[in-house]
Design a protein around this ligand. Structure first.
Ligand code: ZN
Length: 680
């Protein structure tokens, strides 16, 4: 493990924070926290924590001893001074005298000792930091340390490797008892540089940030040198297996969790990941045992569930058989999870409410892993944690025999209210978990639409042919950009493969990309007309047909939305090349409604007109205004309401149609009122 300490960088940060009135201790604490947090082999997604004992002045100008410890919701790699709430040290340390302290009382002690009443909750490992006498304390879930402690004979192995440099703390779940034991262990070995928490992680400490950091790097490096190198070579694929992007929708459509509030079935975002290490692990003869062994460090369990679901790969042309097989395996998993819950809940003082019985990690042999999350961000976190689980367990097997904490200990962590609190409230917006694809996403209407769907909680994929504009759009509003010319079926197929790999499928398609081509119909060239049909008709068919195929594999319905423009019903002069394919696309929308209504797929269109920076260029708008003897402002608001229509109004219509469960085959007008374009 490389030592990244730079005194120059540390001093620069001290100087920077001094300018903001932040003292040296805190600045150094922030510096080394970020160094540690930036290395995934040490710290992943909110794991690990740090502290410094320092002094602060209170309102009366009195000096108070405080512990500045990582607050919940902050990550070590991006921590700021505000992410280190100040807790008065004295009351924390006084609690050493107690024999017991319930979790509720411990959280209360944390919060009532805060200097700032609105600070975030201090880490659940705050007392451990407070009890140790050192100024700086660092805690990570280092992969290398875990590979050595997650062993049948982990204690003995660690004793041999670390000797007197690190003292060993037997596994106890975080909280008061762990803090007390850690202190006892330290007092018995006061010259140690750190504590190895068996089957959990490592603490190091020192009088300076640098000393504690150096000890972390040295002890982790020592651990690494005791793990033989991996011999994973590129495993050969099983011939004729189904590609991962066809498997995602099968998984996604069958892993639904019912919403606690309205009972509606909610999908997950299902993200695919693979590597030679993942594939070789999935094929190993140890895999069936290892997947049932438990997590490599306890707090992963709240995101990954105790075990992944291990499955055989589907053979080509046998995806529907595999879907049945998957359904049965999922039922078995649910039953196993239910039994695990019942077994462990029966001896709880306060009975727990069971969480959903679905896996979060599905490992398909030789293909890779599928990670389930309430959104893409969560799914990617789950995939990262699953990959770490695989890496550490594989490393541990090369050293000896991997062993996690016991089933009861897993349960205690999974159902620990202080861990569940890390996942945040269950408040989900209307479209959370739904995957929306927007074409022409870099244009005004596309961008506004993507934003509107995001605001409802959906995961939005942005498609556009212009890489540059797409990048700017994604930077501006977020969402996942994929560069794609929707007139090219091969590019469309590839884009949708990327989407299913990323999210597991598609729920809503907003087919919006278009081009405004003009010409007097008797004189316009075939080339212009055909070009317009490519973009304004065939491109819609290209994306809709692929989306429908995925939606049918998922088997949970879907929504198609087309931007057809008022030209589809009310031709504009010399605008035939645009209006003709748009009218065909309006018909296309109805045809999809008719042909796929039985699959629960709804198809609707939006009929918009005169959108500034929409499909019509500024020149086209001003020439149209001129030909009517109006200025641009008059022209833009020349409708029944006398109000200009904005891209946001069109976006709202798309969202409304997506949220209207009994509406299909409809065209929704967004033109401020234009009787000539009104549909009957
Ligand atoms: Zn920990």
């Amino acid at each position: 493990m490389e030592n990244l300490w730079s005194q120059k960088e540390a001093e620069e940060l001290v100087k920077y924070y001094r300018g903001q009135g932040v003292g040296r201790d805190i600045a150094m604490r922030v510096y080394s926290s970020r160094l540690l947090g930036g290395v995934p082999d040490l710290v992943l997604h909110g794991g690990g924590n740090v502290s410094v004992k320092t002094q602060e002045k209170n309102l009366l100008g009195q000096t108070v001893e405080v512990l500045r410890v990582k607050g919940s919701g902050w990550s070590m790699d991006t921590i700021e001074p505000d992410g280190l709430p100040a807790v008065r040290l004295r009351p924390l340390q006084d609690s050493i005298a107690l024999d017991n302290l319930s979790d509720l009382d411990m959280v209360n002690l944390h919060r009532t000792s805060l200097v700032n009443s609105s600070a975030p909750n201090p880490s659940v490992e705050t007392l451990l930091h407070a009890f140790l006498p050192h100024k700086f304390v660092d805690h990570t879930h280092s992969n290398a340390i875990l590979a050595l402690t997650d062993q049948v004979n982990g204690a003995q192995m660690c004793e041999e490797i670390f000797g007197t440099r690190a003292a060993l703390v037997p596994y106890i779940m975080p909280g008061f008892q762990l803090a007390k034991s850690a202190l006892d262990v330290f007092r018995a070995s006061p010259n140690s540089e750190g504590l190895i928490l068996l089957k959990h992680g490592i603490f190091t400490f020192g009088e300076t940030a640098e000393e504690s950091y150096n000890r972390m790097i040295e002890l982790v490096t020592l651990a690494e040198s005791n793990i033989p190198d991996s011999a994973v070579s590129d495993v050969k694929p099983i011939p004729d297996s189904v590609p991962s992007h066809d498997i995602g929708p099968v998984i996604r459509g069958r892993c639904l969790v019912s919403d606690r509030e309205n009972g509606e079935a909610r999908p997950f975002v299902v993200s695919f990941r693979t590597s030679p290490a993942i594939r070789s692990y999935s094929l190993s003869k140890e895999a069936p045992r290892l997947v049932m062994s438990g997590p490599v460090t306890p707090d992963l369990v709240i995101r990954t569930k105790p075990w992944p679901l291990l499955l055989d790969a589907p053979k080509i042309d046998e995806l529907s058989n595999w879907a049945d097989y998957f359904g049965r395996k999922l039922q078995d998993y649910g039953k196993h999870y239910h039994d695990y819950f019942a077994r462990n809940n029966s001896n709880q003082q306060t009975p727990k409410i069971p969480l959903d019985p679905l896996p979060r990690v599905i490992l398909v042999k030789d293909i890779g892993l599928f990670a389930l999350g309430k959104d893409l961000k969560t799914a990617k976190i789950v995939a990262d944690l699953a990959e770490t689980n695989i890496q550490v367990a594989s490393d541990a097997e090369r050293v000896g025999e991997f062993e996690s904490i016991s089933e009861k200990e897993i349960f205690d962590i999974e159902y620990w209210p202080l861990e569940q609190a890390k996942l945040g409230g269950a408040a989900r917006s209307k479209l959370s978990g739904k995957v929306v694809v927007v074409t022409g996403a870099a244009g005004a209407i596309g961008k506004a639409t993507a934003k509107a769907f995001q605001d409802e909680g959906a995961e939005v994929i942005l498609l556009d042919f212009s890489e540059e504009r797409l990048k700017l759009t994604a930077e501006d509003i977020g969402g996942h950009p994929i560069c794609c010319d929707v007139t090219k079926p091969r590019q469309v197929a590839s884009a949708f493969n990327q989407i299913t790999a990323l999210c597991g499928g598609v729920d809503i398609l907003v087919s919006n990309a278009g081009i405004a081509l003009q010409g007097r119909i008797g004189e316009v060239s075939d080339e212009v007309l055909r070009r317009s049909f490519e973009v304004n008709f065939f491109a819609h068919q290209n994306v809709a047909s692929r989306a429908v195929e995925i939606m049918r594999t998922q088997g949970m319905g879907g929504v198609l939305l087309f931007n057809v423009s008022k030209q589809a019903v009310n031709p504009g002069k010399n605008f035939g090349p645009y209006g003709l394919p748009k009218s065909a696309t309006m018909f296309l929308s109805r045809q999809y409604a008719l042909d796929y209504g039985g699959d629960g797929i709804r198809s609707n269109a939006v009929n918009a007109d005169r959108i500034r920076s929409g499909i019509m260029t500024a020149e086209m708008i001003s020439s149209r205004a001129q030909s009517r003897g109006q200025d641009v402002e008059q022209y833009m608001s020349n409708n029944l309401l006398g109000q200009e229509v904005a891209a946001e109004h069109v976006a709202k219509a798309f969202v409304d149609l997506a949220l209207s469960p009994r509406t299909t085959g409809a065209v929704l007008t967004v033109d401020g009122g234009n009787i000539a374009a009104a549909l009957r």
